[in-house]
Design a protein around this ligand. Sequence first.
Ligand SMILES: Cc1cc2nc3c(=O)[nH]c(=O)nc-3n(C[C@H](O)[C@H](O)[C@H](O)COP(=O)(O)OP(=O)(O)OC[C@H]3O[C@@H](n4cnc5c(N)ncnc54)[C@H](O)[C@@H]3O)c2cc1C
Length: 353
Amino acid sequence: MLDYLIIGQGIAGSLLSYELLKNNHNNILVIDKENPKASSMVGTGICNPIVGKYLKKTWMVDDFFSQLVETYQDLEKILATNFLRKIPIYHKYNDIEEQNRIMGFSANAEWQDYINTSPDNTQYQLFVESKLGGWESKNSFQVNGSRFLLAWRKYLIEKQKYKSLNFNENKLVFHQQYIEYKHIKAKKVIFCRGFEDATSNFFKSLPFSLVKGEWLKIKIKDVPQLESIIIQSCFLLPLENQEYIVGSTYHWDNLTEDISINAKEELVEKLERFLKVPYQIIEQKVGIRPATHTRKPFLGKHFTHQNLFIFNGLGTKGFSLAPFFAKQMAKYLISDDINAIQNEARVKYKTKI
Ligand SMILES: Cc1cc2nc3c(=O)[nH]c(=O)nc-3n(C[C@H](O)[C@H](O)[C@H](O)COP(=O)(O)OP(=O)(O)OC[C@H]3O[C@@H](n4cnc5c(N)ncnc54)[C@H](O)[C@@H]3O)c2cc1C
């Protein structure tokens, strides 16, 4: 019998399995149906410590960012694969008032690790008209999600801890001490199925607020490859070979996994507000973010089935949040002590089955 059966190998299920293995809980199995449009496969992986025009630090920024660096760097070593990069995010000043405001922030010691008001503006001026120059956010990162997930899957397969399987929750059989799924028995089952848990009979009463996201891949041939992200009306994220991602859209309706012409037009319109060089669109991608009304993740136990758990609700910032909360979720599963999970992230629901 397994100790832990994890359903879903997105960033949530992957990092949870990593934390369990790291704590020597080796009797686990991860199953996944390998949806290429899963949020973690499509997500652009930007980890930005600062949000909004008026500069606000992301919720629990210091805890999340120190944990993400530690976790991803450790995994890079284990997997001998690079998927984390430190990358500045450039914002041009739109007016003098904005410039003064940001300069004011940067003088404050609290912001010195986050803001650089003396970037090299020349590389950006090839892409964006910026008479006043701009500023960069420091300590921002980008995770290549699909590269990490595929490497982690390979690692789990080698350790015989992974199965490619389309899981059907109606086939779960609950016993006093364990749960059975077809021929698999496990003491604890953890749902990490991203947006698909929003329609689960066990967890659909949790306050999910799914958000569809789309992005475009473009090629810009006429100027040297940019080394930083530019954020204006949308973001421009450099990849390799003069390719960039332009993203992303946020839509709460029409939650299908189909790309849309509306999203393409929206992104083109936003990009052309600031990009001053020609480009060519080469691809469009879509995914559904498992976001929540509270903007906080869900970690915890089903209130009737004591062996059934969920780790979900990573929303729009899964790559920054998952390392920190996977650690808490693993501690909780191992100790059965709810205090392992911080209060805002514990499941609070009135599920009826
Ligand atoms: C367009 C877009 C851009 C984004 N950009 C960013 C960004 O820049 N930075 C950031 O931090 N976050 C970003 N996100 C959000 C981030 O991707 C998510 O928060 C995160 O990936 C959620 O991870 P998850 O593991 O909970 O879910 P998922 O990634 O959806 O993983 C769920 C897994 O469960 C599997 N599964 C589902 N149902 C079943 C079943 N029945 N049987 C077996 N397996 C099943 C799926 O195949 C999948 O692998 C973006 C998301 C999108 C869509």
